[in-house]
Design a protein around this ligand. Structure first.
Ligand code: FE2
Length: 282
C-alpha cells in the first residue's frame, strides 16, 4: 500500500516553478491510434442535426442545453467557421468539429482506459492529490485551416473548487507545432492566482471579471511530439492560436480536481447528476 508517484524531484520542481511540465513519450503510438480510431468511428456515426458551435469568445453560444448536458455525455461541438452564410457546412463534418466533450473518459472505453490508467493516477498522486476526480475530458481537433483560437485563460476559472485544485492533462495525439496551433503559456503565471471565474446562474454563463490583457512576448510556445503529455497548473495562463496550416492537431485533455478538503463550486457550469468516481491510490 502507499502512494507511488512517478514524477522525479526535478520534474516536480520544474512544474512548481513554470506551472507546466512536458512529459515526452507518455503514450505509445498504439494508445494514440486507439483513441484516434475510436474518435473516427464516433464521428462517422455522428448525426449533424444537433448543432452547437464552440467559442471561448461568444458566451451566448455556450448557454444552450447541449453544452450543459455534455458534462455527462459524449457531445459534438462545431467550429465557428465551419458554416457558410447559408448555414451549410463548408467541408465534411469530419473536418468541421471543434471538439467532443465532456465525458469521453467515463463513457468511451478507450478513453476511460487511458484516463484511469495507472500512469495517470500515479501522476496525480505525485502532484499531491489525495482523492482526485476526473471532472471533464475533451477531444480537441484544431482542424486545418479553420481550427479556432482558444483565448488566454486559466482552467481553474471553469472548474473551480474551494480552494482551487484543477490540473489539466493535455495529451498530444499528433505533433503540435507553432503553425498548427500548439499550446502557449506564460511561465510562472500560476503563482499570481486566479483572475476570474466562469459562473453559471439563472441567466446562463458569464465571467465575473473582464479578461486582463496579456502581452504576446510573455507567452512561450509548447511544441510537442505526438504522445507527449503536457501537465498544466489550474492557474497557469495559457492559450492556443488558430491552426493556419494544412495539418490537424488532435489532442485529448482531461481535467482533475481534488475532492479531499476541496469543495466543488455549485455555480460552476458543470452540475453533475451523478458524482464522478474518485481515483484511489492502490
Ligand atoms: Fe485550458
Amino acid at each position: 500500500m502507499g502512494i507511488v508517484g512517478n514524477l522525479s524531484p526535478e520534474q516536480l520542481q520544474s512544474f512548481n516553478s513554470q506551472g507546466f511540465l512536458v512529459i515526452e513519450s507518455f503514450s505509445s503510438p498504439e494508445e494514440l491510434h486507439a483513441m484516434m480510431n475510436r474518435m473516427d468511428q464516433l464521428l462517422n456515426q455522428f448525426d449533424c442535426s444537433t448543432i452547437s458551435v464552440f467559442s471561448t469568445k461568444n458566451q451566448k453560444e455556450l448557454t444552450d442545453d447541449h453544452f450543459y448536458e455534455s458534462a455527462e455525455r459524449v457531445s459534438f461541438f462545431f467550429e465557428e467557421k465551419a458554416f457558410n452564410d447559408d448555414g451549410n457546412l463548408r467541408q465534411s463534418k469530419q473536418l468541421s468539429i471543434n471538439k467532443v466533450g465532456h465525458a469521453l473518459h467515463e463513457i468511451e472505453p478507450v478513453f476511460k482506459t487511458f484516463s484511469r490508467s495507472e500512469k495517470i493516477s500515479s501522476l496525480l498522486f505525485s502532484l499531491g492529490y489525495k482523492r482526485p476526480v476526473l471532472i471533464q475530458s475533451m477531444y480537441i481537433f484544431k482542424q486545418p485551416g479553420i481550427g479556432g483560437e482558444v483565448v488566454p485563460h486559466q482552467d481553474n476559472s471553469f472548474l473551480y473548487t474551494e480552494p482551487s485544485s484543477c490540473t489539466g492533462l493535455w495529451l498530444a495525439l499528433e505533433d503540435a507545432t507553432i503553425t498548427n496551433g500548439c499550446l502557449w503559456a506564460i511561465p510562472g503565471s500560476h503563482k499570481n492566482g486566479l483572475v476570474r471565474r466562469f459562473i453559471r446562474d439563472e441567466n446562463g454563463v458569464h465571467f465575473d471579471n473582464p479578461s486582463p490583457s496579456y502581452g504576446h512576448k510573455d507567452f512561450m510556445s509548447i511544441e510537442v511530439k505526438a504522445g507527449s503529455l503536457v501537465v498544466l497548473h489550474g492557474d497557469l495562463i495559457h492559450q492556443s492560436f488558430e491552426n493556419q496550416s494544412s495539418k490537424s492537431r488532435h489532442a485529448f485533455s482531461i481535467h482533475a480536481v481534488e475532492t479531499d478538503g476541496c469543495e466543488w463550486a455549485q455555480d460552476n457550469w458543470i452540475r453533475r447528476k451523478v458524482d464522478p468516481e474518485p481515483i484511489y491510490s492502490s
